[in-house]
Ligand binder design. Structure first.
Ligand SMILES: [Zn+2]
Length: 133
């Protein structure tokens, strides 16, 4: 996503553009991926950016709240930000912490528990935990 596309996305999600927010979005929204705050900080440092850790954490929270990215935390030690916000499934490697996308239509559920009276169905996202060989 280039800068003009990011600015459009910011506008669509009610996010005011700042240089720091743009830098973080350029890294995260570059492709379909899951990055932790630390991985984003690493990439910022590699680009010579001085954005503070606190700003990165605050910005990621804001992006998640506004629906620009989706926070995925399947393990208290590892929190990722997913650049794909549409519902989809994941493989999660519990040994390495790696998160791999599974397209939404690659899994069909034959039966889900009755949720009548609990609300309406919003989405179904499956997490398949795997281990290293
Ligand atoms: Zn994902």
């Amino acid at each position: 996503m280039d800068r003009s596309e990011i600015l459009l996305e910011f506008d669509r999600h009610g996010i005011l553009p700042t240089p720091q927010r743009l830098e973080i979005a350029e890294i995260l929204l570059e492709k379909a991926q899951h990055l932790s705050a630390d991985q984003i900080i690493e990439q910022l440092r590699a680009r010579g950016s001085g954005v503070s850790k606190a700003t990165v954490y605050n910005t990621l929270n804001l992006f998640d709240e506004r629906g620009l990215v989706k926070e995925r935390s399947f393990d208290p030690e590892r929190r990722y930000y997913d650049s794909v916000t549409a519902p989809h499934h994941h493989f999660f490697n519990v040994d390495t912490g790696e998160l791999i996308d599974i397209p939404a239509d690659a899994i069909t559920l034959e039966k889900i528990p009755d949720y009548e009276g609990q609300g309406r169905l919003e989405s179904v996202e499956v997490l398949i935990k795997i281990r290293k060989d």
